[in-house]
Write a protein that binds this ligand. Structure first.
Ligand SMILES: [Zn+2]
Length: 254
């Protein structure tokens, strides 16, 4: 039923030829516009024109992603179910009101018509024309509205039934959206709690690193290392001295 309503919305906004786009747009995740074009077997520009028209009514949402290689943006689209249903609801309410006005008109007023020219007049205009047709000079007949009224009432009831069903779908969608919102809140809270926990662990770790024992040990180690370095240096010096002296000796020998 929902899909049928969404299709009806698309037909109202962009016309019958584009109706198949509604099934493609009715998804959880936004759909790549190039994929839509491919599936509808139309060009990307035609696809975008349709999407922009629907977007003008706020009935679709889009996200864009940049193509890293080519540098351009690709758009991804999705139909907004609740907005679409409310849009359809408004259109049908207006339509129903118009029909009800017509019914009221036909029930309370008289209408006259010329059989041969098929022109209709309300009572005031018929009177002004002296119940005679300007075009052919024929005498007006009183319109029998029974058939028309039956048709109008049938239409009004049909729209009323559809409105009830749309109301049901709107309720369902609102519940779904509320559940989704709650899930999102739980997710965000969980993430925040996790982040807090991670920060706490980091903080404890940082505290554990500083204890005095460790600091002392470190200093002792560093001292040892410095001693070693000094020792090494002095050994090197002694070695060089020896080499120098031996060199001198060998020169002396020559
Ligand atoms: Zn006439």
């Amino acid at each position: 039923m929902l899909k049928k309503f969404l299709k009806e919305v698309i037909v109202i906004v962009v016309g019958k030829p584009a109706e198949d786009i509604s099934d493609l747009l009715y998804t959880k995740k936004h759909v790549n516009e190039f994929l839509i074009a491919k599936k509808l077997d139309i060009t990307i520009n035609q696809t975008r024109n349709i999407l922009y028209k629907i977007s003008d009514h706020g009935l679709v949402s889009s996200i864009r992603k940049k193509d890293k290689k080519k540098g351009w943006y690709t758009y991804f689209w999705r139909i907004e179910v609740l907005k679409s249903l409310e849009f359809l609801e408004n259109v049908l309410i207006k339509r129903k009101n118009q029909i009800n006005n017509q019914i009221n008109n036909r029930e309370t007023r008289e209408f006259y018509f010329c059989k041969s020219c098929n022109i209709e007049f309300n009572q005031e205009n018929a009177l002004l024309n002296n119940f005679t047709c300007n075009e052919c000079g024929g005498i007006f007949d009183l319109r029998d509205n029974t058939k028309l009224l039956k048709e109008l009432k049938k239409n009004s009831t049909k729209i009323g039934n559809e409105l009830n069903l749309i109301e049901e779908e709107i309720k369902k969608e609102k519940i779904r959206l509320e559940k989704e919102r709650q899930r999102e809140i739980v997710k965000v809270k969980k993430k925040a709690a996790e982040a807090r926990k991670a920060r706490e662990v980091e903080r404890k770790k940082a505290l554990r690193k500083v204890p005095k024992k460790l600091v002392k040990k470190k200093t002792a180690k560093t001292k040892k290392r410095t001693k070693k370095k000094i020792k090494k240096k002095s050994v090197e010096k002694k070695f060089k001295k020896i080499v120098k002296e031996s060199g001198k000796k060998s020169v002396k020998k020559r």
